[in-house]
Design a protein around this ligand. Structure first.
Ligand SMILES: Cc1cc2nc3c(=O)[nH]c(=O)nc-3n(C[C@H](O)[C@H](O)[C@H](O)COP(=O)(O)O)c2cc1C
Length: 244
């Protein structure tokens, strides 16, 4: 294997002649930095045993859940779901940090935001997950968060009735640095793996979720404070204890 993995694109090289990686531009950071002065909230370690049911049962039980009880989510459950969807598998080489989901070229261009409505010990608001620290950083506390997120999701009320709603954004340059103009297809594929792990993780701990792609792009980006160009919302998933 090449000692210079960032330049070793093999057959991709002829297909993406204009990518910044080929031009020798340094790799962008693998995680959005924490704004100065922001205190982060460390999460407990994900539980050693994965949930309470085996994988086959989780796959059999999986379905999209759209009605939630008023229960809050524990920090352990939140920790497990974040670890399953974007957690780090092998931090030993800072130039190649692998996560628990696959990503084309290990680019991992997604960031995870949480709209927390009811989580033990964490006040309501919008937070961002920091995979390296396995922690949350507060982003904002918008008024009427439940109503705003439901409205931004085209009136799908249950998205504001969850205990927590996962929102994935894309920092497109992290992918474009390597794959240039073909990145958009790859970004969408990456998001699918992440949400599927959330579905299975939820089933394993008695929670439920529903993939959401019907939302108003500008309204969601505004709610998260994203510019909609360099970083934009790509996928959403409310999580809670299912009523049914
Ligand atoms: C990419 C994608 C986008 C989706 N968007 C929505 C949505 O905006 N609202 C919704 O209620 N369900 C949404 N769903 C859930 C689908 O409706 C659901 O997966 C489908 O009806 C099959 O049901 P099942 O997940 O229970 O097997 C979405 C699913 C996917 C994969």
């Amino acid at each position: 294997m090449s000692k210079k993995p960032t330049k070793d694109l093999g057959k991709w090289k002829s297909k993406i002649p204009k990518s910044d990686q080929i031009k020798g531009v340094p790799m962008p950071p693998i995680q959005k930095p924490v704004p100065k002065g922001k205190k982060i909230i460390s999460l407990p370690e994900p539980p050693k045993a994965l949930g309470k049911i085996d994988l086959k049962k989780a796959i059999t039980a999986r379905k999209s859940r759209r009605t939630f009880t008023e229960d809050s989510i524990s920090q352990e459950d939140l920790s497990l779901l974040l670890w399953m969807t974007q957690g780090i598998r092998d931090p030993s080489n800072p130039n190649r940090i692998y996560r628990n989901v696959p990503s084309a070229g290990n680019r991992h261009a997604l960031e995870t935001y949480l709209a927390i409505f009811r989580a033990d010990g964490i006040p309501k608001g919008i937070y961002r997950y920091l995979p390296i620290e396995h922690a949350l950083v507060p982003v904002s506390k918008p008024a009427k968060l439940e109503q705003r997120i439901s409205a931004a999701c085209l009136g799908q009320k249950f998205i504001g009735e969850a205990a927590v709603t996962f929102i994935w954004s894309v920092l497109r340059y992290r992918m474009e640095w390597r794959y240039g103009p073909i990145s958009i297809k790859i970004l969408a594929l990456d998001a699918g793996h992440v949400c599927q792990n959330l579905y299975l993780g939820c089933e394993s701990i008695g929670c439920g979720t529903c993939a959401i792609a019907a939302y108003d792009q500008d309204a969601m980006d505004r709610l998260l404070g994203l510019d909609g160009e360099k970083e934009f919302t790509i996928y959403i998933a409310p999580v809670g204890r299912p009523k049914e």
